[in-house]
Design a protein around this ligand. Sequence first.
Ligand SMILES: Cc1cc2nc3c(=O)[nH]c(=O)nc-3n(C[C@H](O)[C@H](O)[C@H](O)COP(=O)(O)O)c2cc1C
Length: 362
Amino acid sequence: MRLLEPYQLGDLTLENRLVMAPMTRNRAPGCLPNERMARYYVQRATAGLIVSEGTQIATVAQGYQDTPGIHTEEQRDGWRRVTDAVHRAGGHIFAQLWHVGRVSHSYYHGLRPVAPSAVPPPGKAYIPENPLPYETPHALTVAEIGEVIEQFRHAARVARDAGFDGVEIHGANGYLIDQFLRSGTNQRQDEYGGSVENRCRFLLEVTRAVVEIWSDRRVGVRLSPGGTTNGAVDENPVATFSTAISGLDAIAGLGYLHIVEAPVGTSGPDERAVCATELARSLYRGTLITTGGYTPEAAEHLLEKECADLVGFGRLFIANPDLVERVRRHAPLNEADRSTFYSRGDHGYLDYPALVARVENL
Ligand SMILES: Cc1cc2nc3c(=O)[nH]c(=O)nc-3n(C[C@H](O)[C@H](O)[C@H](O)COP(=O)(O)O)c2cc1C
């Protein structure tokens, strides 16, 4: 099977082509990575590559309860225990660098959320037991944008010092970078807004800054051209993402582009929606990962057609810590329990059964 063949990502040899997609699990009290998280990732270390849950690059970049950070020494030391454990288990792990922008709330940190423009997201902030309306964010000045880029650079260094194999820049799902990309959330008149090129500037500056910190091919970027999560709307997403992806293609040393698959809407009523992965494949010449609703069979088909190089699995990796072995054996898959995705305990986190444990239990 193509899925089970090794893949060369720069100087990193991935054992197979299954990527564990980044998934927030809210199990980091105090925003500190811990032993339970190490166990969770070790259980899944046979993935060709693990992309960690979103990790905030600064205090104000946090948007949800108990998500881990990647900007303090204590967080670095916590992550070091996770990365050491994953490496001892033979795995590879990248940190997902995350700034939620306006999808934050002062409830978490006492600070005013920031965004390209002073436009609040729709709905309420995801605060357990007490959802609060989102606040109107502070529109970053050009000088402050420079500071956020420095925060990305700093977090990239912390990730390197914490023993990660690389980093993925979270440019998807309506968070800060996506807020800059989209015409609906970016209403700036300066060099970071207006034209498509200007809206792409922040993404490309962040990416270049992070690539400078890491060695060759150890930085990926995640985009969701077809997504509308968190009020991510754009008047012409095909044009916006074509420019963004071409811009990334021109950055030497970038390791991969990671697409969250969903059909990309178009501006005209007569035009057909575009497949996000196909759009990326046509414009990006490097390693392409695609994630979003794939079964192992669908993923295999995609790889055979060379539509992507690696395939990400989210919920299947939550429910099947030994997903790779199950694919190898064509074994049945466990189903993920949504009610424990963001809950606190070990249940639904550390207790999904693996085939070997099942055999041992017989
Ligand atoms: C519980 C959960 C948490 C997620 N957290 C993140 C995240 O932190 N960063 C991110 O880029 N995507 C996140 N996602 C999206 C997944 O990476 C993935 O794109 C999505 O689940 C679709 O893939 P799947 O159909 O294989 O599950 C999350 C998804 C789930 C189910």
